[in-house]
Design a protein around this ligand. Structure first.
Ligand SMILES: C[S@@+](CC[C@H](N)C(=O)[O-])C[C@H]1O[C@@H](n2cnc3c(N)ncnc32)[C@H](O)[C@@H]1O
Length: 222
């Protein structure tokens, strides 16, 4: 639970942290990777934002063949490693890209095509003055929700409980998404924890190794 003042601030943010020119501004920007990789439209499409070096989606791609796994990482070093490992893996259903997910998804992912979005251990932007960068308060959230199919899911994880609580409140009050799960990280059919006992990602592995608590939120688009 958050404090009353946090909820009040979030309510204020929903009204005031809006940028009506956001999509027009990015529409003028050409993504670094202007050519969209080909994926099979008959398969489900899952997206991971801030995928690091992509180990989570790479392993799932081996095991789940009816789904295309699109992993995007902006950081230069991690993104290059992701691209190299994706090429070496040679899986037709795993695409690893070094890119800024904001313009890339806007330009290359058609509306209502994503079945699932994973946002695992995003930077929590803990300072109040930087909160507009938290994904759930970012104007990109509206784009992401448009790209998601009805019945599609967003799976969030964080070591910061406030982040998950705020994301849950925002998903409910601002976007009318249905909460499927919220709370401490524990096995669920949509998180595949049991396949990754040392952590699905580097950050998760580090937190688990230090016995630090992790939290998650799973929401569904009606
Ligand atoms: C705290 S790290 C977590 C990385 C990974 N998910 C993990 O759990 O190990 C957050 C990642 O999100 C990436 N990121 C932040 N903004 C992004 C964006 N707009 N597009 C793609 N990746 C982004 C950062 O570069 C960083 O690698």
């Amino acid at each position: 639970m958050l404090s009353e003042s946090c909820y009040r601030r979030l309510d204020w943010d929903f009204e005031c942290l809006v940028n009506p020119r956001f999509e027009a501004q990015w529409a003028r920007y050409t993504p670094r990777n202007p050519i969209r990789p080909v994926w099979d439209p008959a398969k489900k499409l899952w997206l991971e934002i801030g995928a690091g070096t992509g180990s989570f989606f790479r392993q799932l791609a081996v095991e789940i063949s009816d789904t295309t796994f699109l992993a995007i990482e902006r950081d230069r070093h991690r993104g290059k490693t992701l691209e190299t490992r994706a090429q070496k893996a040679g899986l037709e259903n795993f695409i690893g890209l070094r890119a800024n997910a904001v313009p890339w998804v806007m330009h290359h992912v058609p509306d209502h095509t994503l079945d699932r979005i994973y946002i695992l251990y995003p930077c929590p932007w803990p300072k109040t003055s930087e909160r507009k960068n938290r994904w759930y308060l970012h104007p990109f959230m509206d784009v992401l929700l448009r790209k998601l199919r009805p019945g599609g899911h967003i799976v969030w994880s964080s070591d910061q409980q406030f982040y998950i609580e705020e994301a849950a409140y925002t998903c409910d009050k601002k976007h009318a998404l249905k909460e499927i799960k919220k709370g401490p990280l524990s096995p669920h059919p949509m998180n595949y924890l049991e396949k990754f006992p040392s952590g699905r990602t580097k950050f998760e592995g580090d937190f688990l190794a230090q016995s630090l608590p992790c939290f998650e939120l799973i929401v569904e688009k009606p």
